[in-house]
Design a protein around this ligand. Structure first.
Ligand code: 5GP
Ligand code: ZN
Length: 115
């Protein structure tokens, strides 16, 4: 399902133009508009879910698919040797600003320690 008020649903469905680095039947990848590292990509499912808890058993394999795309992108952007980080913000305490589940892929320089 798509949420008509959601920016990631709009980009994924082509309603808003975005520079798609990758797209398949389940997910797509864009550059973060406000990059926090030299490479900062967002791996986003086409279906609208806010949180992990909203995933149904039938869509659980989506999570593996998102990680598999992250792996492909890390290779494509030459991040494997230097290293990279994957982040999923969930809810208010984590500072989730877009309520559509997504993976951040960050790399390209030394990243700050996690807190
Ligand atoms: P969150 O804070 O929800 O984990 O991450 C949302 C991310 O989406 C933020 O890093 C923000 O910069 C990025 N973002 C928000 N709106 C847009 C947009 O319209 N286009 C792109 N490319 N990134 C966006
Ligand atoms: Zn959405």
């Amino acid at each position: 399902m798509i949420n008509k008020d959601c920016i990631f649903c709009k980009i994924g469905s082509g309603q808003v133009t975005g520079d798609l680095l990758y797209k398949d039947q389940k997910a797509f990848v864009i550059k973060d508009i406000q990059p926090r590292a030299p490479i900062h990509l967002l791996i986003i499912p086409l279906q609208h879910f806010q949180l992990f808890k909203d995933l149904k058993p039938s869509t659980e394999d989506l999570i593996g698919h998102l990680f598999s795309i992250a792996n492909k992108m890390a290779i494509e952007f030459n991040l494997v040797d230097g290293g990279f980080r994957l982040i999923v913000n969930q809810g208010e305490d984590a500072g989730q600003t877009v309520p559509h589940l997504h993976l951040h892929l960050l790399g390209g320089n030394l990243l700050s320690p996690l807190n």
